[in-house]
Every structure is written in C-alpha cells, then in structure tokens.
Design a protein around this ligand. Structure first.
Ligand SMILES: Nc1ncnc2c1ncn2[C@@H]1O[C@H](COP(=O)(O)OP(=O)(O)OP(=O)(O)O)[C@@H](O)[C@H]1O
Ligand SMILES: Nc1ncnc2c1ncn2[C@@H]1O[C@H](COP(=O)(O)OP(=O)(O)OP(=O)(O)O)[C@@H](O)[C@H]1O
Ligand SMILES: [Mg+2]
Ligand SMILES: [Mg+2]
Lengths: 250, 250
C-alpha cells in the first residue's frame, strides 16, 4: 500500500504519525518511509543525518541516483528514503520538466514489489512535493491537530485531494483523519473531535494523545512502540494498523 | 519598522505571535500585518474572510490591485493585508519574472510613510514568499517552539537569514528569538530554553506560555490583550514591545 501522510497546515503531527505508524507496520511487513520535507524531520527522527556527499530524496527525485543507492535500513528494521535541505531545490527543477506531478510515482513504481508498505511524509504547504505524493498514493491519511482552526486546514487539504482525484490520480482514497495531540480533558479537544465525528465522508480514527513520549522517542531515533509500552499511546496506533490491514484485503 | 516573523518549521506560533504583537503595537502607532500564507490563518485570526471577488495578497503581489485597494482596517484598529488560497499561485507567477525576490519590498515601499510598524507573517517552508519577506524586512523575529528539534528548525532559518543578508538584504537584522508554547514546569521546555539562552548571537525574549487563551482569542478574531488581561500572557509581549521601541530609537 502506498500511503501519503498529508496536511497543508504546519506542525499538526504528520511526521510523528509517519514515524509511529511506519515503526509498527515494519513489524508486519517490509515498510519504507519516504521523507519529502527539506527540513528532514522524519530523517532526524530515525537518527539519520545525511553527509554533504550522501545522496537523498533530492538526488533520487532528479534521477541522479537509483532507489537502491538512496534507501537506508534503520536500526529498527524500518527502511528510510532520507531528505535534507537539498530537497528544497527539487520543486524548482521538477517544474521545468514535463510530467512534474508524476515524478515521485514513476520513481516509486519499482518499490511496489519490494515493500509491503510505503509511507510518504509530506511537508507543510501545498507544494509540488505534496501533489506528487498524492498523485503516487493509493491512500491519504490526514493528521488533524486538536486545536481551533484544525478544521479549516482539513478542508484546504480535502480540496487538494479532490483536485488530485479528478486531474491526476482517480484511484486516490482517503484512508481517514487521525486526530493528534489530543488532550481529552479539554473543551478544545472535545469540540474538535465532535466536529470531526459529525461528518460522514471519511473515517475518523481514535485520537493520538498528547504525550512528551512522542518527541522523546523521536529524539532517541526510535519508533514509539519500542520506546514505550504505554497502552493509551499504542492502542490508537494498533487500531489504525488493523484498519490498514483490512483495507489491504479489499 | 518592517518586521518579518519567520521560521521554516510548521506550527511553531508565527501567526499567533504576529497577531499578539500586531495587536499591541497598533495601540502605539499605525500597524499593518501582512498575511503571506495561502492558508490565511492570520486573516482568519482577525475575523476576516475574503470573498471570491475580493482581492488579497495574491492580486496585490502580482500588481493587479493597489495597496489602498487591498488593505482593510480591522475592528481592533490593526490594519490587515489579507490572504486566501489564491496566494499559492503567487510563487509560480513571480518566479517567471525578473526581480522575483524583491517584489514584496517594492510593493511595500510606499507603506513606510503610512505605517509605523509592518509585520509580515510568513508561511512554513523556505519558499519564495518567506525569502521576499526577509528581503523586505529591517528585522526578523523567530518564534521557536519549546519542543525537541526546535533548535534544528532554528538553525535552518538562521542559514536562510545569512543567505539573504549576503545576497539580497544586507540591512536585515535578527530582532531575536521568541520561545513559544512554553510549559515552564516541564523538562522539555527548560531544556530548550537553556539551549537557546546558552548561545550569544541574538537576544532570546521571555517565553510566551502555552495557554488555551491564544487559540480562543484567534477564534474570537481579537488580539490577545483585548481578550484577556492575564499578566503572565501579556508580560512577555509587553517586554518585546519595549524592546522593539528601543530598537526604533537606534
Ligand atoms: N502526540 C504528541 N504529543 C506531544 N507532542 C507531539 C505529538 N505529536 C507531535 N508532537 C510534537 O509536535 C511537533 C510537531 O509535530 P510534527 O513535526 O510531527 O508535525 P508535522 O505536521 O510533521 O510538522 P511540519 O508541518 O513542520 O512537517 C513536534 O515537536 C512533535 O514532537
Ligand atoms: N502560546 C500558545 N498556547 C496555546 N496554543 C498556541 C500558542 N501559540 C500557538 N498556539 C496554537 O498552536 C497552533 C499553531 O500556531 P500558529 O498557527 O500560530 O503557528 P504557525 O507557525 O503560524 O503555523 P504555520 O507554520 O502553519 O503557519 C495554532 O492552533 C495556535 O492556536
Ligand atoms: Mg513534518
Ligand atoms: Mg502561520
């Protein structure tokens, strides 16, 4: 399954969700996470730092290296296609060629046989890299922060998904919305969850709670399920994994 | 004073800081806040929504309307140059013309006489709009979230500032770093503050505490100082305003 993790809004937990989910899925089958953010938080969160002479997503997208030359296996068994600041040049360069929106899809085509799961961590903003990920994906998972204005960001992303479904990738499905950084005892979280659950267009998964263990596990370079066994943090992730497995069977 | 509020990392509090600071500064002198994010959170946070026939930052940057035609006065007396999703086309269109990095500076030139303060709220990511804001600014204020990895995002932004200072705008100064969403009792916040305070290259301002009153005031479309008089929230802002006034005298 090719899964894009996208939301144009910044800091809503895209990278954290990719790390958490990727870590768990790699226990079930070979899993690749692709860092599409020049800020490289996914790469850093797996304890990887590209040297200035090491190729990453930029060199790979622009055809300078092969997939085999750029994918790394991390300590936890999760495979990583890393990114660094060079990736900010990719959008400029891709736009000057034809087929700019399908570059990622073409580059990833060979991976479908190799990896059971490919997760693509999108940068904030509605740039070319996010559009590429949505054009390449079977499904999109939308992390939504439990904050006022979360829903505004969600409707912006849904417009983009609709646009991609019509023009670039009719087989793109919304996997669902993952509420993040939930503080269940606050009114703000309850309001956001109520508003999300009231709409009927897509599944809303069990929220990921706000917990310092998430940034701690990123700092340790470990997936959350190896960092802690706190059940209130792992349960929503395990349920999401089960949901993904059911989608695979369809 | 032309002040850019920038950090490539998403969700660190750029828009919240712009609203809070802009609201206070408008009590001291005419103040304009410019929304440079196609997601328009600054615009929404002041209770404004652009109709499909109403011009915003996109039409203004691409020269289709004048500054006078696009600036709105909001209920609190703060002036707003609003944005909506159209702005995502601006980067593409500007890149096809010469002087792409100075478009904002040229468009804002007339405002120096009209407004005592012009605050530019940047989008996340290192795109053309952020570079334009840094090329137009006298100062840049850098909100930094009290989270692990905050410092990595900070060093990315400092590289960009350095690049702009050398190539585009030698008079750009760093006003300082504003720690945001501080939870003073947590180790994570203390670690980030210690790391920030240990470096000597720029001022580190008193942190903005994490408080549901910030998103509430955004939802109400009001600047924070009109929404609450809670001193622990207003003190850091008042100190920052004093610091800005001292810079003006230099
Ligand atoms: N459930 C959580 N509990 C506590 N902190 C969290 C949680 N999820 C994410 N965070 C923290 O919030 C910050 C933003 O999260 P993250 O980087 O995953 O968001 P993002 O959407 O990928 O951001 P960007 O738009 O910049 O790519 C990070 O510092 C992260 O460690
Ligand atoms: N001090 C604070 N206390 C509580 N919530 C806050 C605080 N500052 C910001 N927030 C909330 O955190 C979220 C992100 O803040 P904000 O939108 O200001 O960040 P940003 O850097 O402008 O994001 P983007 O990169 O998407 O432009 C918002 O929902 C906002 O209401
Ligand atoms: Mg991210
Ligand atoms: Mg913002």
């Amino acid at each position: 399954m090719f899964l894009a993790i996208a939301n144009h809004k910044g800091g809503v937990g895209k990278t954290t969700a990719t790390l958490a989910l990727g870590g768990l899925l790699s226990e079930l089958g070979t899993c690749l996470v692709v860092d599409l953010d020049p800020q490289g938080n996914l790469t850093t969160g797996l304890g990887v730092e590209l040297g200035s002479d090491q190729p990453g997503a930029y060199q790979w997208l622009t055809g300078q290296v092969t997939t085999a030359q750029v994918i790394q296996k991390t300590a936890s068994g999760l495979y990583l296609l890393p990114a660094d600041g060079n990736l900010s040049r990719a959008e400029m360069e891709l736009l000057q060629k034809s087929g700019a929106f399908y570059t990622l899809r073409d580059r990833l085509a060979g991976c479908r046989g190799q990896f059971r799961y490919v997760l693509m961590d999108c940068p904030p903003s509605r740039g070319l890299l996010t559009i590429n990920a949505l054009a390449a994906a079977d499904y999109v998972l939308i992390p939504v922060q439990c904050q006022f204005f979360a829903l505004k960001g969600l409707s912006a992303l849904l417009e983009t998904v609709d646009h991609v479904q019509r023009r670039l990738n009719p087989k793109l499905h919304i996997l669902g919305v993952l509420p993040t950084m939930a503080e269940m005892q606050t009114i703000m979280t309850q309001d956001v969850l109520n508003a999300l659950n009231a709409q009927k267009n897509f599944p809303v998964f069990k929220p990921l709670p706000k917990s310092v263990k998430f940034p701690e596990s990123n700092l340790a370079g470990e997936p959350i399920h190896r960092y802690t066994n706190e059940s209130r943090l792992l349960e929503p992730l395990l349920e999401l994994v089960k949901f993904i497995q059911r989608q695979e069977k369809l």
